[in-house]
Ligand binder design. Structure first.
Ligand code: PGA
Length: 237
């Protein structure tokens, strides 16, 4: 299967400034549109992104569509300010905010109902059985309509560590996800992606793109990664 439009999702976590949002969008403004770029900065910075080449995503949303939830952000409000995507179930939220698979499913459902595409993160912790963890994390996601979401496979031990699984491991995890959720489900890889390993990762036929944390804060490195992804679109089309 050819790669039609590789996804590069920039997850800034709790980093970045208004100026960096503008710098990022300017640096990528003239890159080929065959690579889908989504910038996910912290909530207050979403409004600083100029409309255009770079799509906008949030890093989280609440699991209810609206209501008495002080300090929370709804998928509907994100849609209204121009977001197209929202990351749900990132391992940092699973770990730090106690998010469960059931809650992640609710967030994905509320996001889809609001017209957003959720980027649903799954992945095992160090030493865990990959197939077992993925099978249980994916079980509830079968309820979602095919084509309405993206999956990001992020082994927790690979996030921010500089370590990545081998290509055979990434390929096997992605195959397992596609077997569970349907072969058409776009599955991205995340965890210590940088310009010096992106090419090798995108060469794995099941990989539809990358969720990039730390390295996405560097606009020129990101530009380089878009170039690599663009070559990948041609190479694998
Ligand atoms: P990293 O983070 O690229 O800094 O490893 C990825 C992520 O947490 O989404």
């Amino acid at each position: 299967m050819g790669k039609h439009g590789i996804w590069l999702i920039a997850n800034w976590k709790m980093n970045g400034t208004k100026d960096l949002v503008r710098e990022f969008c300017t640096a990528l403004a003239d890159t080929p549109s065959s690579v889908n770029i989504v910038l996910c900065p912290p909530f207050p910075l979403l409004g600083s992104a100029p409309k255009g080449r770079v799509a906008l995503g949030a890093q989280n949303c609440h699991h209810k569509s609206e209501g008495a939830f002080t300090g929370e952000v709804s998928a509907k409000a994100l849609k209204e300010i121009g977001c197209t995507h929202v990351i749900v179930g990132h391992s940092e939220r699973r770990e730090q905010a106690g998010e469960t698979d059931a809650l992640v499913l609710e967030k994905a459902q509320v996001a889809i109902a609001a017209g957003l595409t959720p980027i649903i993160c799954v992945g095992e912790k160090e030493g865990q059985d990959v197939a077992k963890v993925l099978t249980s994390q994916l079980a509830g996601l079968k309820k979602l309509k095919a084509g309405s979401y993206l999956i990001a496979y992020e082994p927790v031990w690979a996030i921010g560590s500089g370590k990545t699984p081998g290509t055979a491991e990434i390929s096997a995890a992605h195959r397992l996800i596609k077997t569970a959720l349907g072969s058409g489900t776009p599955v991205l890889y995340g965890g210590s992606v940088k310009s010096n390993n992106l090419r090798e990762i995108l060469r794995i036929s099941e990989v539809a793109g990358a969720l990039i944390g730390g390295a996405s804060l560097d606009s020129s490195g990101m530009r380089e990664m878009v170039k690599i992804a663009e070559q990948g679109v041609k190479e694998f089309a």
